[in-house]
Design a protein around this ligand. Structure first.
Ligand code: ZN
Length: 153
């Protein structure tokens, strides 16, 4: 956080005190030491170098929690995207690239020469960073494509 050196506010560990009291809201300052203040809010211990009020601690704790949530949802969105890429729901291959690959590969499977059930197959899989470019695509029949996919696993 620029402009606030030594702010260093964040949850450091779950609260492990009295198990009957695990829901501190508003936050409670329960110890001070080495220039740090220790607060417990809900079931987490927070440490800060600042002298804060309970309301400050709650605001900061909620902000930290929101940041974590935002980071989690970004990470989950990314995972979902990878999942989609790996399991069929791929980025569409541009039409001009398809046309180029079709012409280059002569409208037939580059492995067995079949012209049935042809697919645009990635040489380097999308999940491994392969792109939808003509250089990374080839025409394969369904059978050869499945065989190739199997050999990569
Ligand atoms: Zn084939």
């Amino acid at each position: 956080m620029a402009g606030l050196p030594g702010w260093g506010f964040g949850p450091i560990r779950p609260y492990s005190g009295d198990p009957k009291q695990i829901d501190f809201d508003p936050p409670v300052e329960y110890s001070t030491g080495n220039g740090r203040h220790y607060w417990v809010f809900r079931d987490l211990v927070y440490s800060t170098t600042e002298t804060l009020t309970a309301a400050d601690v709650k605001a900061l704790a909620l902000e930290a929690e929101n940041k974590v949530k935002a980071r989690l949802s970004r990470a989950r969105a990314l995972m979902a995207q990878v999942d989609v890429l790996e399991h069929g729901g791929r980025e569409p291959i541009p039409d001009d690239v398809k046309m180029f690959v079709w012409q280059r590969d002569g409208g037939k499977c580059v492995r067995c020469g079949s012209n049935r059930n042809l697919e645009y197959a990635h040489i380097i899989p999308v999940s491994m960073g392969g792109a939808n470019t003509a250089r990374n695509l080839q025409l394969l029949c369904e059978g050869c494509n499945r065989a190739k996919a199997g050999s990569l696993v």
